[in-house]
Design a protein around this ligand. Structure first.
Ligand code: BGC
Length: 725
């Protein structure tokens, strides 16, 4: 029986044979918006339109393409559906913080349904760039610093967007971006150069893209940046050797916005013509926004600079996706056939996801959950009642009236039972006007607890919005210090787009609940947590440093020849005056910040406590064939029912390339009643232990491995086993 894919390929092939070279080039062009491009669509000069998400407009332009162009080829309608469409889910680091791929898949499915209703058939997501630098604004679009977590979440998102069958109603094509290494931008400055040795590139940065390929992702997008000196848009190694060669990827690749033309600005191409030639030679199939393919490809082919087969290959890939999407059968949308956006099911999923994304960073005095007898609350801060900012970056299709803010949710919950005194104090996160500080202090004194909603506005995060100082902006820290002197319990709820430096306020507040911008239902999720209807269960997908100068800092670093030893650490203030330089005993740390981050990857507190015991390995070793089972008992030793994310890490002690001190290899979420226990079990095979050796072969080398099961990347129960070839 012929599979859907085979069928798409043969249909694409026969259509290709009927196309002129100009029509083929037309399929490679994506224009931004329909307005002014109607004649191009009619003339067969456009394959895709970006940024149209209105059903009437989409149906109108599809009709032009299908009924008025010579070959009637439907359009790919692309949109950045990044963390929801009308119903907004937490931004991607928040999704990762749930460590719950089922929720991520469900969220992507909901986003696909809401987007598809408008005629969008292609989302430019997921972004699976490894992001280890909080300065980089686009960390807000990432699943964080880890390869395993990003791979699992990226694949879950692809499944959610594309469903089992791309042609089914409500499925949209996904796009793995930004290939590759974009998150390693120098200094965390967006668009900047990435320098990544090939062993690291393959082990850390490419693996999540491969996971998306394995999940059947329909398209790829290249990065704006240069990787080791070659702009990714024109990088034949990435696109031809790895993606289309080694991985045998059947989908197509789109450039980033204007990035083919920007190869001139990089200093990689002299002019548009050279940019077109280099991009096509490298394997770039579709051009976003700029028009150098349209202007130059025909001549480059007729002059023999580009083989016609290269163009055919690109067109075949694009048509293949259009066939798989079923666009030739029906390119139109009828919103009435889709579930209503923001329906109760969608909102419940967004609320649950936001809830599981919340990370309890501190709860020293047990200020959370709020005591039942709380009768009067002071609610302050720029993020308490701002329906736009809590949604985060990339929210083109939202309507802010749909957002439920924490203040609204608190008022709904409290009714007349709790008096709420609300004052923003600071209008936005960057505000420095202190005129309401004294009023706030007076209200705080009269309250049972202060809930402070702070963080970052959406627009100071995301693309091109990088920060060298990533502490709480504006006068937020000062306000915390003022309020701390009141003696009223202070609960800080943060909504931000990146890890923040919190050392300036850590000892000033009783509790900190951190959320990456949580989306439409952030408010109700927060209220559920504040009042203990649920316990926080999110875990950090990225390390939080103490000081910005510690960046890059991530858990899966290498050991060095001089790893830090706690007892040897001498703080800058304690170093003897005029001491003599001496290299013995010196170790890898900062004399001011030390070597530890503020909060480690995988960290997150709960209203209960969990204990790990009874680590069991099914054998003392593993070979290239078998599998090793590693298990441990998790017990809820506290007094409330709660969820815990158990994490599995390994370390290869000796190898031909120095391996990280720990690497995440698995995780699972468990729900336990007080006093209850559950065994968590993970399976490791040789493939889980592999890496790229100096000859760039993927190998698992014989030797001893350590393995941990625990609740974060720093602790856990440790065992060892051997890998024997
Ligand atoms: C971003 C992409 C995005 C594209 C289209 C670019 O600026 O880098 O991630 O998909 O715009 O909106």
């Amino acid at each position: 029986m012929m599979t859907k894919k085979d069928d798409s390929e043969s249909r694409a092939e026969s259509l290709l044979r009927r196309m002129t070279l100009r029509e083929k080039i037309g399929q490679l062009m994506q224009c931004d918006r329909a307005e002014g491009n109607e004649d191009r669509i009619r003339g067969g000069s456009v394959g895709s339109v970006l940024n149209e998400a209105d059903p009437d407009t989409v149906n109108r332009i599809q009709k032009i393409a299908v009924e008025e162009s010579r070959l009637g080829i439907p359009l790919l309608i692309a949109r950045d559906v990044i963390h929801g469409f009308r119903t907004l889910f937490p931004i991607n680091p928040g999704l990762a913080a749930t460590w719950n791929p089922e929720l991520v898949e469900q969220g992507a499915r909901i986003a696909a349904l809401e987007a598809a209703a408008t005629g969008v058939n292609w989302t430019l997501a997921p972004m699976v760039d490894i992001a280890r630098d909080p300065r980089w604004g686009r960390i807000a679009e990432s699943f964080g610093e880890d390869t395993c977590l990003t791979s699992v979440m990226g694949a879950a998102m692809v499944r959610g967007f594309q469903g089992e069958d791309l042609a089914a109603p409500g499925s949209i094509a996904a796009c793995a971006k930004h290939f590759a290494g974009y998150g390693a931008a120098e200094g965390g400055r967006d668009y900047n150069s990435a320098h990544i040795p090939e062993t690291l590139l393959r082990d850390v940065y490419l693996a999540p893209f491969k996971a998306c390929v394995d999940e059947g992702v329909a398209s790829f997008m290249s990065g704006f940046h240069d990787l080791n000196g070659i702009p990714c848009t024109g990088d034949a190694f990435l696109l031809r050797t790895v993606l289309k060669g080694e991985w045998q990827y059947p989908g197509f690749v789109i450039s980033d916005y204007n990035s083919i033309q920007e190869m001139i600005i990089h200093g990689y191409c002299a002019d548009d013509r050279e940019a077109a030639e280099k991009a096509m030679t490298a394997g770039m199939d579709m051009e976003m926004a700029s028009r150098v393919y349209e202007t130059h490809l025909e001549a480059l082919v007729s002059e023999g600079r580009l083989a016609p087969e290269l163009i055919d290959d690109a067109v075949r890939r694009i048509l293949g996706v259009k066939f798989r999407l079923g666009l030739f059968e029906d390119p139109y949308t009828d919103p009435a056939k889709f579930p209503a956006p923001l329906n109760a099911g969608h909102l419940a999923a967004a609320r649950k996801t936001a809830l599981q994304s919340a990370i309890l960073l501190k709860n020293g005095t047990g200020a959370l959950p709020l005591a039942p007898e709380v009768a009067r609350l002071a609610v302050f801060g720029p993020m308490a009642d701002d329906p736009h900012e809590q949604l985060g970056t990339w929210t083109f299709d939202r309507n802010i009236d749909d957002t439920v803010t924490p203040l609204q949710a608190l008022r709904d919950y409290a009714g007349d039972a709790i008096r709420i005194d609300y004052l923003p104090v600071l209008e936005i996160s960057r505000s420095t006007d202190r005129s309401d500080f004294s009023r706030a202090v007076a209200l705080a004194r009269e309250s049972d607890a202060v809930l402070l909603f702070m963080g970052e506005e959406a627009i100071i995060t995301g693309e091109a919005h990088c920060r060298a100082d990533f502490s709480l902006p504006g006068a937020q820290e000062e306000l915390i210090h003022e309020l701390a002197s009141c003696g009223t319990p202070l609960v800080l709820i943060i909504m931000a787009g990146r890890p923040l430096i919190l050392d300036g306020v850590l000892d000033q507040v009783d509790s900190i609940l951190f959320m990456f911008h949580p989306g439409t239902m952030g408010g109700p999720a927060i209220v559920d947590l504040l009042f203990g209807r649920e316990s926080p269960s999110g875990k950090l997908p990225v390390t939080f440093p103490k000081m910005a100068g510690q960046v890059p800092i991530y858990y899966s670093h290498r050991n060095t020849g001089r790893p830090p030893v706690k007892e040897h650490f001498t703080h800058i203030d304690d170093i003897p005056v005029r001491a003599v330089q001496n290299s013995l005993g010196n170790e890898s740390h900062y004399i001011d910040a030390g070597y530890e981050p503020r909060f480690v990857f995988g960290y997150g507190l709960s209203y209960t406590t969990f204990e790990y015991s009874d680590l069991q390995l099914s054998a003392d070793g593993i070979g290239s064939e078998g599998a090793l089972t590693v298990s441990a008992l998790v017990t809820n030793t506290g007094s409330v029912e709660a969820e815990e994310v158990a994490q599995l890490y390994v370390r290869d002690l000796v190898a031909s390339v120095v391996r990280p001190v720990r690497e995440l290899k698995g995780f699972t979420r468990v729900r336990l009643k007080p006093g209850a226990s559950m065994t968590v079990t993970f399976t490791l095979s040789a493939a889980d232990l592999s890496f790229h050796n100096p000859r760039l072969e993927e190998v698992t080398e014989p030797g001893t491995f350590q393995v941990w099961i625990g609740g974060d990347s720093a602790g856990g129960l440790c065992g060892t086993f051997e890998f024997r070839d």
